[in-house]
Ligand binder design. Structure first.
Ligand SMILES: Nc1ncnc2c1ncn2[C@@H]1O[C@H](COP(=O)(O)OP(=O)(O)O)[C@@H](O)[C@H]1O
Ligand SMILES: [Mg+2]
Length: 314
């Protein structure tokens, strides 16, 4: 079956053949593969400011009527959602309903898939990240991503892992600034105390939970306004999971967080807003219900939400 795509559908870039599974690529580094940083300073936006060790301010992210396709297979249908500045928004729903696809659309990673297309818009503080005049690298730097499986550069030192995103931007920072950025990002990611005496040790030597916090620190070092997290704890033990959840709570002051989770308790613990995605009987994924997390868990307005949050399916 062939679907005719609407006029405003944006095709995939077709640039990802050499990239393989985007989910295992470090969020900041893949951008350099796609768009070499020659002449980077002009493209740096907020990075070109003063010492980048300081935290950023969170932004509001708004998806408007976002639809997505892989080839002719439509996987999301007109999803609209506002993710308010400084809050944690949880995306919940059964496997295959399009949560990861939605997240990748929010920082322009969906277009890395050759057959991918999308319609709709994504606004970061009111400005469309898909606007033709805006660079894809700019969107990905302002909107960071942490994946399910921690993906530090294993042979690179802990400190170098943190600054790896900065280095790729071509920003020259002094040694002192670099040290400040490393300490600040690791502190905000809740890892500083555990690693401050072994910053030169390889990132691959850390435990899974520490590696995930290292990846969070790497994302924070480029001062994102939004941090997207796709099931960041699903490969971790309960203690590491709790530690990441604490970190999320602390970070929400400085960065807007959107987290996909299959764990309803986790959604209840970490988020203020929640959106329930569902793809029913072969139809594309859509939001059934969204709103205040507590209200959605205690008094959902849709019976399907009630059944899902109470573990009846999914
Ligand atoms: N790279 C891809 N190519 C083709 N189809 C894909 C690709 N990634 C995901 N899909 C399909 O898109 C739909 C949504 O997947 P996904 O966004 O991963 O859902 P979720 O994260 O909610 O489990 C599924 O039907 C899945 O098979
Ligand atoms: Mg997923």
């Amino acid at each position: 079956m062939t679907t005719t795509l609407p006029d405003d559908v944006r095709p995939g870039s077709g640039a990802s053949a050499a990239l393989g599974d985007t989910a295992v690529l470090p969020a900041v580094d893949d951008t350099a593969v796609l768009e070499p940083v020659a002449g980077a300073p002009a493209a740096l936006g907020s990075l070109a400011g003063p010492v980048p060790a300081t935290p950023s301010t969170p932004s509001t992210l708004e998806a408007r009527a976002v639809s997505a396709w892989f080839g002719s297979h439509k996987v999301l249908d007109r999803v609209s959602l506002t993710m308010p500045a400084g809050q944690v928004t949880a995306l919940i729903g059964p496997s295959g309903c399009g949560k990861s696809t939605f997240l990748r659309i929010l920082n322009r990673m969906h277009e890395l898939v050759p057959s991918a297309a999308l319609a709709g818009s994504v606004l970061l503080d009111g400005a469309d990240i898909y606007d033709a005049s805006r660079r894809v690298t700019d969107a990905r730097r302002r909107i960071g991503m942490v994946f399910q499986k921690p993906n530090p550069f294993p042979a690179m030192s802990i400190a170098e892992n943190v600054t790896s995103g900065l280095a790729l931007t071509g920003v020259k920072v002094s040694k002192g600034e670099r040290e400040q950025i490393v300490e600040s990002a690791l502190t905000r990611a809740g890892l500083w105390k555990e690693v401050k005496d072994r910053l030169r040790a390889p990132g691959g030597g850390l435990s899974g939970g520490q590696q995930q916090r290292l990846c969070i620190a790497r994302s924070l070092a480029v001062r994102p306004r939004v941090l997207l997290m796709d099931e960041p704890c699903s490969a971790l033990d309960p203690t590491s999971t709790r530690r990441i959840e604490e970190t999320i709570g602390e970070l929400s002051q400085e960065v807007t967080i959107v987290i996909v989770t299959h764990n309803m308790q986790q959604a209840a613990r970490v988020s203020q807003q929640c959106a329930f995605f569902l793809a029913e009987a072969g139809t594309p994924g859509a939001i059934v219900e969204h709103g205040d997390t507590e209200a959605m868990f205690s008094q959902p307005s849709d019976p399907r939400t009630h059944d899902y949050v109470n573990g009846r399916f999914g």
